[in-house]
Write a protein of this length. Sequence first.
Length: 110
Amino acid sequence: MKPRGRPKKYRIIGEDPRIAQFSPRGRPGRPFEAELAMDEFEAVRLADHLAKSQKEAAKSMHISQQTFSRIIKKAHKVIADALVNGKRIKIQGGYYVINSHDKSQPKSST
């Protein structure tokens, strides 16, 4: 069976995150996890941390502004859910290439 729809494009990621997960201290036991994809992490890094406009951030990730908007909206929802419900945030997965200078090494995870 052939996959339906358009093939997924690789997202350009500027750098690997320094940590792979972030967990709350005040939650006893093992908290549930919220998964933040690498492209969602990069969108938050560019828009919120580096204060780039959506247009600039989308250009650096080689995606449309509409796609960037969809990614950042989903990332904000995942982060808000983790903060409100005391979940661990795990950064992993997605279709991405690290550093725009090296497009020969695509990484993907589902």
